[in-house]
Design a protein. Structure first.
Length: 66
């Protein structure tokens, strides 16, 4: 099934989007560790970023109704 305006399928786009979000979360977590932020706050920030990433990926890759 081809999608308009997308070089890869919607599942691949969703996966790429989430992969990018995971990299952002990893970088932010590493920076927070270097700044000696308490671990519970790092976990809270990671969960929030992951939730926002999933919502953003779903919005960006959902198919439009005709």
């Amino acid at each position: 099934m081809a999608t308009e305006g997308c070089a890869v399928g919607p599942n691949a786009s969703f996966g790429l989007f989430l992969g990018g979000i995971v990299l952002v979360i990893g970088g932010a977590s590493y920076g927070a560790v270097m700044l000696e932020v308490p671990v519970p706050w790092i976990v809270v920030g990671g969960v929030i970023l992951l939730g926002l990433g999933i919502v953003g990926a779903a919005k960006a890759t959902r198919s439009k109704a005709p």
